[in-house]
Design a protein around this ligand. Sequence first.
Ligand SMILES: CC(C)(COP(=O)(O)OP(=O)(O)OC[C@H]1O[C@@H](n2cnc3c(N)ncnc32)[C@H](O)[C@@H]1OP(=O)(O)O)[C@@H](O)C(=O)NCCC(=O)NCCS
Length: 314
Amino acid sequence: MEKTMGPAGVSAPGIRILGTGSAAPAQIVSNDDLTRIVDTNDEWIRSRTGICERRIATVETTRSLARAAARAALASSAIDPARISLLLCATVTPDQASPSLACFLQRDLGLREQMLAFDLNAACSGFIYALICAQRLLDPEGIALVVGSETLSRRTDFTDRNTCVLFGDGAGAAVLEPAPVPFFWSATACGDDDALSIREHIRMDGQAVFRFATKALAARIREVTEKAGRAVAEIDLFVCHQANRRIITHAARQLAVPLERFFMNLATYGNTSAASVPLALDEAVTGGRLKRGQRVVLVGFGGGLTSGAVYLEY
Ligand SMILES: CC(C)(COP(=O)(O)OP(=O)(O)OC[C@H]1O[C@@H](n2cnc3c(N)ncnc32)[C@H](O)[C@@H]1OP(=O)(O)O)[C@@H](O)C(=O)NCCC(=O)NCCS
């Protein structure tokens, strides 16, 4: 049920990433900066999470960050924006409920009106869910623009040291086309309001989320690599949701994979929810860590509770 298979294990069709882009607010907030507003310290945050600083929106909005990331992805893909026929935006922090972020982006980017454009909420798994939807919704001649954008700082309680040190703002995007290349996916959803929720503010039971995240990360990676007929050791790069260095380290140990195969940029951005995977993916590409032809597994986990992974050949 969770895979699209053609002959010889090749998905029909898969998706190819044509280009990626990302954007982040200008303001950098260090761990030391946070000690001035909440009872915390740099040593605690670094050792428990791996986070050193994060970007916090001042004048930026979820829409302006999404627009900047999308423009960068379109430029790197070198395709005519008029060809975009599917626009998916993953976010839990849209600037408003309606019009959707996707509709605003359609206008901001001057995209055609004959398209499907909508927002998707799967919290920190949002970009993974959106990639799966793109693969399943794209017409053979279509091109998809998939964006993850967040201003979590607008939902952060800066008096709650359990959460405010973890999150940051940013956006990432990818341009995709259908292609006869392998694509496999795995996803879960399970209603749970106690571990992690966002109403006015983000509320979290850190240890419950930690237990869920470590299990989900390893399980989704095992599932998609197995569907792809690959050993976990054959994956060139894992781009996981950037929540916590300890969660990724734990999963790497469980899977017996060297930690160097897990791309990490959480030290400079913190947890940017649906933006985290595409932001990391773009930095992996632009930094030369992910090269054409390499096997990559992208993984998300978070509120919902949700989790998801995709296997791609970049
Ligand atoms: C949040 C997290 C880093 C906390 O680490 P932990 O080792 O579980 O820490 P605990 O919650 O047990 O707290 C340990 C102590 O540190 C304190 N503490 C919590 N936040 C602190 C902070 N920012 N600075 C200093 N001390 C802090 C606690 O009050 C507690 O003190 P106590 O022992 O005196 O009661 C960890 O649980 C985690 O990463 N969970 C997953 C969170 C996540 O990734 N969420 C998003 C998923 S999408």
